[in-house]
Design a protein around this ligand. Structure first.
Ligand SMILES: [Fe+2]
Ligand SMILES: [Fe+2]
Length: 658
């Protein structure tokens, strides 16, 4: 296990600096938390409703004020990612705490603990280079990234370890290489090969600990800070069923919500990174990009900094923080290479990717590319001026819709398909990936994970996005994807197996185009294939050849989006649907909604994969565990029994047709 360093001295410094700027903080924070106030969590356009009983401190400081990072270099925020082959390649990543590069960073690794007598194999890192997606990522990389609004440069170190032994534990230690070096280390286990049992976990929408938590290092409570995320990370390391930590974790987007504190984004990332490292240093945490990874800055959409005065960048439309606003994400993570180049020349490594463990293929996709809901929902109020002089004008909303190329409407099946000279490269890659997987006898099941949701009945959250239904659900149907995981809603929801779509089933709630309120509209509502599961050992069992099961797993800690929506006319679950660009303009009854948890928004998913004995026999046993919402500085007890358990597989008995 790694140790977490408290930066108390820095906290004091930051507190003074902020107070001198006239911003009330610690005393108010404690008082607010003690009173259980739910102030200052405005969140996004549609996210950010606070569950009753959730105590939140008000966020501070003002969103355009930059909270300085430390200048120390001791390694922290250790995190792992799978390489192309999880049995043989793991990427070890870490950061310097703040704005000073480590003098001579290096990594040592070995199958035995690193000691003076066993120094391990040593990899020394090169000089830092600014993030540049046009160039391939080297095996050992020091990547710097300058935040467009605070002007702070952070340093991210990555070593792609290759040729490892499968199912083997490796120890590693990273050093800043200072005259009196600071080191941090942990160990990890590579994936097994062949038909193997393994466990993975998943949730999205995490945030970072509040200033009331021992794990917080900035001294600040940010827009989506919460202490529930301390316990969801704990749960990955020690799941409630007592059956041990997973091999890896799927992180379904909305990691730190740095875009909601745009003046201090690097500090927000640091609080997130320190908390998550308590698990991610020990096992890969494999992310998908969420809307809150899309940040404001001073770059154009492809990531090229504005060449004129910074203060004019926003007015010129250059308000992305690195490529597509995802500069922090791409600096922090070095993920399996999809070998796809975007039309603007950037390599899209890490934006979407795949990896296989045992008989399961995992596919991470960036739904910001296809959703109707606005992807970048940082709010700038009347317009803000930041530490660098950058100005984000009033009303600006960034957007990554179709950033990997064009999708055209196909009326014959109400879908969106790659089209033309700038055809959408992510959709092309996704179809190729799924088609290959279904031709590959070593792949039994396919798990796709992303951030936004095709199917959600959250009342105050986001709702269902027809963009995903139109662009990707046809592919999930055609190639019989077994599970689709998402976050975005800060809650839990499970669908019945679905395939195809119903006759027009939506009702317009806001007039658009030629549609009036009350008109019927085709929301491409997924068709339920069965509502009656088979049963194995008393557990509901769903055959995913019948249909894809969609799971919303957004309970990582960020503010609850409970409750769910119900049609007052018939008492059935009901879903708001995004059907036009940033227009949540329709509603549909949701017979596809099979499981919800109205009592607790937070939790984590555990998946146990059993490959069976012969091809096609893989099953995945899924457990959703609740995590009680934590108050600032408070503790919670993690339940030992799951909220619900289901089995998914392709050779299970079929359920009765719906
Ligand atoms: Fe989200
Ligand atoms: Fe979220």
């Amino acid at each position: 296990m790694i140790s977490v360093r408290r930066m108390d001295k820095d906290k004091e410094t930051q507190s003074e600096a902020t107070d001198s700027a006239g911003i009330l903080r610690r005393g108010f924070l404690k008082g607010a938390a003690g009173l259980g106030l739910a102030a200052g969590v405005a969140g996004s356009v549609a996210e950010g409703i606070v569950a009753p009983g959730t105590a939140y401190a008000a966020s501070d400081p003002a969103k355009n004020i930059s909270v300085p990072l430390p200048t120390t270099t001791a390694p922290e925020q250790l995190h792992l990612q799978w390489g192309a082959d999880p049995a043989r390649s793991v990427t070890v990543s870490w950061l310097a705490p703040g704005t000073v590069a480590q003098p001579a960073p290096k990594l040592a690794y070995s199958r035995e603990p690193i000691t003076a007598r066993n120094p391990g194999k040593v990899v020394r890192l090169p000089e830092p280079e600014p993030l540049d997606l046009r160039r391939p990522r080297p095996e050992a990389a020091a990547t710097s990234f300058t935040d467009g609004l605070s002007g702070e440069t952070t340093y991210h170190y990555h070593v792609q370890l290759q040729d490892l032994e499968p199912d083997t534990t490796y120890y590693y230690e990273v050093s800043d290489g200072a005259a009196s070096p600071s080191v941090a280390g942990a160990s990890f286990t590579t994936a097994p090969t062949g038909r193997a049992r393994f466990r993975f976990s998943s949730f999205g929408d995490v945030g970072e600990p509040t200033s009331g938590s021992d794990i917080n290092v900035s001294g600040y409570t940010w827009q989506e800070s919460n202490d529930t995320c301390v316990f969801t990370v704990d749960a990955v390391e020690d799941p409630g069923d007592g059956l041990g930590a997973p091999l890896f974790h799927l992180l379904n987007g909305d990691l730190c919500y740095g875009n909601l504190d745009p003046g201090s984004t690097p500090s927000v990332w640091r609080d997130f990174g320190v908390n998550v490292a308590r698990s991610a240093a020990n096992r890969p945490w494999m992310p998908a990009i969420g809307n809150h990874e899309n940040e404001f800055g001073i770059c154009d959409h492809a990531g090229h900094p504005y060449q004129g005065p910074v203060s004019a960048a926003g007015a010129a439309g250059s308000y992305y923080n690195g490529p597509y606003g995802n500069g922090h994400y791409h600096s922090r993570f070095l993920l399996p290479d999809n070998h796809v180049r975007n039309h603007d020349g950037n390599r899209l490594q890490g934006a979407f990717y795949k990896f296989q463990v045992g008989t399961v293929l995992f596919v991470s996709v960036d739904a910001d590319d296809v959703i109707y809901q606005q992807s970048n929902n940082a709010k700038t109020g009347a317009g803000d001026t930041f530490a660098t002089g950058a100005v984000i004008p009033a009303g600006v909303l960034g957007d990554n819709l179709q950033y990997t190329g064009t999708l055209a409407f196909e009326a014959s099946d109400n879908s969106l398909v790659p089209d033309g000279r700038t055809a959408n490269v992510q959709a092309i890659w996704l179809e190729q990936t799924l088609a290959e997987a279904r031709r590959d006898p070593s792949v039994d099941m396919i798990v796709v994970y992303m951030h936004q949701v095709a199917m959600s009945t959250a009342l105050n959250g986001n709702g269902s996005d027809m963009g995903i239904r139109q662009a990707w659900a046809p592919l999930f149907d055609r190639y019989e994807v077994d599970l689709v995981l998402s976050g975005h809603e800060h809650n839990y929801e499970r669908s019945y197996p679905v395939r195809g779509y119903d006759k027009p089933s939506g009702t317009v709630t806001t007039a658009f185009g030629s549609y009036a309120v009350g008109d019927t509209f085709d929301t491409r509502r997924p068709t339920v294939q069965t509502t009656e599961p088979a049963e194995i050992n008393g557990i509901p069992a769903w055959n995913t050849r019948q249909g894809t099961v969609y799971l919303v797993l957004g309970g990582g800690g960020a503010a609850s989006t409970l409750p769910y929506q119900t049609d007052p006319a018939n008492g059935l679950p009901q879903a708001n649907v995004w059907v036009t660009h940033n227009g949540r303009d329709a509603v549909e009854d949701a017979p596809w909604s099979a499981g919800r948890d109205p009592g607790d928004a937070y939790g984590y998913a555990i998946f146990d994969v059993d490959p069976g004995h012969r091809p096609g026999e893989t099953t995945i046993t899924f457990k959703w565990f609740q995590v009680p919402g934590a108050t600032s500085g408070g503790t919670v007890t993690l339940p030992t029994a799951p909220y619900e358990t289901h089995v998914f597989g392709r050779k299970l008995p079929l359920g009765q047709p719906a």
